[in-house]
Design a protein around this ligand. Structure first.
Ligand SMILES: [Zn+2]
Length: 315
């Protein structure tokens, strides 16, 4: 009989739940709205209901399901299973979510941060399969990362590791939301792309987006670049170069086997990746770069569910 583990991917909008096999396949899945406003008790209840439905939907007896792994956004204390702080939902503080789920579901549960969980998934069955060390950077409004070293998540001294978006790349650069100046994410996040595009328009750049200054998004810039807009293409190229600076730093410190990217900005594909690789090549010691593969993450929407289950499996 095959052992199965439930993977839960808790997001601000949706909860995704999947029954994951010992070799990393999702056998069946459920997706439902999170409804965070109803509060932690109600959300934990919805997670458990989805888990029970999943178990009953499969032909397998519930006894085959060993437990559940949960990936959460924000700051998670994985040892105690407490969701300390969720930036998108500031009134959730120190929620003992793991215990709430364990009590209601009646099975053992583990919990970790969503970036850590995604990195575990990529290292297990995604782009980092076969590698024992990798970093997965999630490119969105900000930039976060999950770090896996020797097959285990590296959480740091108190669980705060992986804040790669706040590594300084210019001591006198623009102000970041963290209060510091010149962090990677003020150059290479989606907000940074929009800011640079707006500045270019204000400086008189010729671009098809000139009259859409107030509705700019990274997606819009990408679409314009695909349609041949030179200023948009340059914007994405610059973003790739800044990311290359960050990646070079990671290579020098960690020398991981794989560095992968996930998140909205990866839609730009090679337009982003080619300048990134160029920059890395210029900046990085050959020994630190030689055996590191830089790629896009492979599991997309499934990384959260698969990684949460993996988190449980490796305990
Ligand atoms: Zn910062």
């Amino acid at each position: 009989m095959e052992d199965l583990v439930i993977g839960v991917d808790l997001g601000a909008t949706n909860i995704k739940v999947g029954l994951v096999t010992a070799d990393g396949r999702i056998l069946s899945r459920r997706r439902l709205g999170t409804e965070v406003r109803e509060g932690p008790g109600a959300v934990a209840g919805r997670i458990c209901r989805a888990c029970r439905e999943l178990v009953s939907m499969t032909e397998s007896a519930p006894g085959r399901v060993l437990g559940a792994g949960v990936g959460c956004p924000g700051s998670v204390d994985s040892a105690s299973g407490v969701l300390r702080f969720w930036p998108n939902v500031p009134d959730w503080r120190n929620v003992p979510l793991r215990r709430m789920i364990e009590d209601e579901l009646g099975m053992r549960c583990v919990m970790d941060n969503d970036a850590n969980v995604a990195a575990l998934a990529e290292q297990w069955v995604g782009t980092g399969k076969g590698a024992s060390s990798l970093v997965v950077l999630t490119l969105g409004t900000g930039i976060g990362a999950g770090i896996v070293l020797n097959g285990r998540v590296w959480r740091g001294g108190n669980g705060a590791a992986g804040e790669v978006g706040h590594m300084s790349i210019n001591p006198r650069g623009p102000l970041c939301s963290c209060g510091n100046r010149g962090c990677l994410q003020v150059y290479a996040g989606a907000t940074a792309m929009v800011r640079r595009m707006r500045e270019a328009i204000e400086a008189g750049a010729r671009t098809s987006l000139a009259d859409r200054k107030d509705e700019l998004t990274a997606e819009l810039i990408h679409k314009a670049a695909l349609a041949g807009d030179e200023a948009s293409r340059r914007n994405i190229e610059q973003t790739g170069r800044y990311l290359g600076v960050g990646v070079s730093n990671l290579m020098h410190i960690l020398n991981p086997q794989v560095i992968a990217f996930s998140g909205g900005l990866t839609a730009a594909g090679e337009m982003l990746m080619a300048p990134l690789r160029d920059e890395v090549k210029c900046r990085t010691l050959e020994a630190c770069r030689r055996d590191t593969r830089v790629s896009f993450a492979a599991l997309l929407d499934d990384a959260g569910v698969i990684g949460a289950a993996r988190c449980f499996m490796i305990g």
